[in-house]
Design a protein. Sequence first.
Length: 272
Amino acid sequence: MTEPKSVRRGAAMATTVALCVAALSATPTVAQAGEPDVVTAPVVAEALAGVDGSLIAAPSDDSGVGATELGGGTVEVPARPDSGVTLAAPDGSELTIGLPAADEAENASTLADGTIVYPAEDVSNAIIVSDIGVQMLSTIVDSAAPTSFEYDLSLEPDQSLKLIDGGAVVTDADGTVAVVVADAWAVDAKGDPVPTRYEVAGSTLIQHVDHTSETVAYPVVADPFWLAPWVVRCLIGIGLNGPQIARIASAGSPGALAAAFGYGALRCVLGR
């Protein structure tokens, strides 16, 4: 029997990240004493390779810096981190998501599997464009790093951002869910969960990661996962509601979606 595409991609991602780590292992990744610690692409690759694969999205085949076609829409990942990530729907509507501390980060580096990394001191952003949306990962290397990470959204005047269970949603004026953010998670280098939660301040989603406990092993990895807005609309069109869609976003892979919600949801997600 042929393995599902999502399974093949998950295996391919693990292999590519491991190869990337091996290829870059000769490069110094930690600053000398007295110098700032820059979280470089090899450090991020190694940190992501150590995270349970069920938490990390598989990059789409053509993910990387620039535009990626995703189920009829487009995800634009910039070379400069201060430009933000833009999700452009087929109807022309756009959502731009600003990255935390973008003005302190370097321009993009791309791992072999298409993951985009913005190196910075103490913590780096990484972007994965998957088949169902965009994952934005923070790799935290020491206790001096921030404990809060802000994602500014370019909402329309009639839209609002609110918390829902462990995740968040953007709703239109009539209450229709337009954007879904999956449940917050964070794990340390031992694979242990690190306390984390979302907060909303106007049009900004803030992820708090309480990583300064003495029991935490660095690096810590945390994320928000953003389900593409046009995927959300399609899922609403086949009869799913906001909480169900939030569960879909948390499921993380097309294969998991098919198992949980049937192939109607899978077709929405893949744009087929």
